[in-house]
Design a protein around this ligand. Sequence first.
Ligand code: DAT
Ligand code: MG
Length: 140
Amino acid sequence: MATNRTFTMIKPGAVKNGHLGAILEHINAGGFKIVSMKYTKLSAEKAGEFYAVHKERPFYGELVEFMSSGPIVAAVLEKENAVAEFRTLIGATNPADAAEGTIRKKFATSIGENAVHGSDSDENAEIESQFHFAGTEIFV
Ligand code: DAT
Ligand code: MG
């Protein structure tokens, strides 16, 4: 994947609480183009696989349960320097530490239920996009 793409999920809590539209507006206002998007739901097995890197962490069980608790929106986003730019737009993992105006500051309810996912590297953006989308579902 080119360095101008990242992957996001709008997490179950944010969808359930009716923040989907507002979060998509933030993403749009941040200058990101949506190149692929789907409304979907993760099984516990798929959520566990997506977050496998955290499986030894004490919060893994909670994380898997939360991420499979309801519908999500998965999307591939495009902007120059997308991974870093999107991490800035969403803010710190813990909403208590997130900067004013960030998506997590506005919409996260806790560190575990923090509204959105953003890839942390170009390599993971590619892996995570392929986890959710077939190549033919990614539009340029
Ligand atoms: P990020 O989503 O900012 O990349 P991460 O990769 O460290 O953060 O963790 C993945 C997710 O796991 C995070 O979005 C929410 C959850 N999580 C992280 N740290 C946590 C903690 N201390 N307690 C509960 N959930 C946590
Ligand atoms: Mg992460």
